[in-house]
Write a protein that binds this ligand. Structure first.
Ligand SMILES: NC(=O)c1ccc[n+]([C@@H]2O[C@H](COP(=O)([O-])OP(=O)(O)OC[C@H]3O[C@@H](n4cnc5c(N)ncnc54)[C@H](OP(=O)(O)O)[C@@H]3O)[C@@H](O)[C@H]2O)c1
Length: 270
């Protein structure tokens, strides 16, 4: 059975590890390392995985190392690993936004197999969407294991070019936060109309779930689904007119471009 190491016990790695364990990946074959004890010990206790304060101990545990630290720490971690371990037969999987394969291989000072991926937080409930791109040094077997890992927490899309990662980030990587922000705003207004916080949440969450499932289960375009619930001169049309007048589509477009710009900036500064 393959083993896997996670460097960093933060939100993203926790989401993937939680998903893996829920999907039946043996917890004893997973190790996480993190400098502060609290998060890694809580994760180990909750999920039954192995843990260490030492990245080198963790990296020696397996041949597949998932880097889940903040982008500005990626180079340091790569250098630390390369200085202490022979990485030539390992697979480095990075979830860091904006850090290129070339930057990681430069920090490692070796053209090792690197799989860059952009997962999202619904991975923790098995509904993730991950974009992946493998360096040319990655073997078919290494790529298959990386696919197996991320597929066990949701859908995987292999991209043709590395730059597609920056585009995908703006859709599925940051996307859950966009929907949360929209749901939050709807919940606030529902509360303003007099519903309790709990009822407002239930109304919003069930509506979001139903709408998402309708998109999944219907082959019609999303625009058609929207039109189907919009009777002429009705209440929904009145609401959508406000979105149109407030240029919601332009706002979404600007937000996604801002995410892409920031992602590209991060690759330059890290
Ligand atoms: N959150 C998302 O939705 C999302 C989506 C896609 C990709 N990502 C990517 O995932 C990565 C992690 O993001 P996150 O939101 O999970 O961040 P996070 O919650 O802050 O987690 C980062 C973790 O890394 C630990 N860490 C810091 N330096 C370390 C080191 N030298 N060695 C080992 N562990 C170290 C931190 O420990 P301490 O807290 O103890 O310092 C922290 O637990 C980022 O690169 C981000 O771009 C995130």
């Amino acid at each position: 059975m393959n083993k896997v190491t996670f460097i960093g016990a933060g939100n993203m790695n926790k989401a993937i590890i939680t998903g893996l364990v829920k999907q039946g990946f043996a917890a004893k074959n997973i190790m996480v390392s993190n400098p502060s004890a609290e998060k890694r010990e809580a994760m180990a206790q909750q999920l039954g995985i192995c843990q260490s304060a030492d990245n080198i101990v963790a990296a020696n545990f397996s041949d597949t190392i998932v880097l889940g630290v903040k982008p500005h720490f990626i180079a340091d971690v790569c250098q630390q690993l390369a200085a202490n371990i022979d990485l030539s037969n390992k697979t480095i999987i990075s979830v860091a936004a904006g850090i290129t394969i070339e930057q990681m291989q430069t920090a490692i000072a070796q053209k090792v197999a690197v799989v860059r991926c952009m997962p999202n937080t619904p991975s923790q409930i098995g509904l993730g969407m991950t974009g992946m791109y493998a360096s040319c040094e990655t073997t078919a077997e290494q790529q298959k294991f990386a696919d197996t890992l991320l597929s066990s927490v949701g859908k995987v899309l292999w991209l043709d070019t590395e730059s597609d990662i920056d585009n995908l980030l703006t859709v599925s990587g940051s996307g859950p936060a966009y929907f949360f922000a929209f749901m939050e705003a709807m919940q606030q207004q529902a509360i303003a109309f007099g519903f309790s916080e709990q009822i407002a949440r239930e109304l919003v969450q069930q509506t979001a779930l139903g709408a998402a499932q309708m998109v999944v289960q219907n082959s019609e375009s999303i625009a058609t689904l929207r039109e189907n619930v919009t009777s002429k001169g009705g209440a929904t049309q009145a609401a959508l007119a406000v979105f149109r007048d407030g240029t919601l589509a332009d706002l979404v477009c600007a937000a996604m471009k801002a995410a892409k710009t920031r992602s590209l900036e991060m690759s330059k500064t890290n």
